[in-house]
Design a protein. Sequence first.
Length: 256
Amino acid sequence: MVRTRGDEIEGSSTARMDRMERLIQEMAEALRQQQEWQQQWQHPHPPPPPPAPPVPDHQNDDRIIALTKEFKKMKPPQFHGGLDPLKAEAWVLGIEKLFEVFPCSEPQKVLLASFMLEDEARRWWMLMRENHRDVYWVKFLEIYYDKYFPQCVRDRKVAEFMELKQDSMTVAEYEAKFTELARFAPHVIDTDYKKARHFEGGLRNDILERVNVLKLETYIGVLDRAIISEANIARQAKPVTEWKGNKRQGFFSKKK
């Protein structure tokens, strides 16, 4: 088929119309996007609203207040701080004694115990609790001991326990000192047999000679025998003249 000039002119016109239509569509799309951008610039999206403030848990606050009041009725000891490690240890022992009969969770133990801190100790804990919120009792004790019962002092107490001897003390006095220091070295007396041997080894020689021959295996057995031996030695050391005088006086008093 032979294309005439008229056909060529008609085809060229159609192509131009198609290009113009595409250009018009592209211009319309660009204009639409520009209008959207201007609207967003003139009317920006508002910032998201701030989060709602936490709703106070009044019921939980009331429970804590009631728990604290009940705890104070048991007259828990106060701690004012200072550089006396034994006082720091005694406060912990007093508080833990109450926790044995006062039911509360681990975080509540920290809350109740810290409520009994006063003066310097209170100021110290107010600084520390910012970085130690919701800690358990074990963690609180770790922080507390680092401050008021440092490791170097605990090491000295262990050494003192290892070298403890009865010397001029009575058996009762020696046993009290032994018990006081033993808690700093639980690894040394982690069985009753080890505890008995360690206590026996510190007895005065005249008492030790009467105790160790019995080969007692329990701590309470060694302690009882040491007290009996001490009483027997004291009775044997009593002056004979005093005994005779008392006997003679008793004889004449009966005669009258």
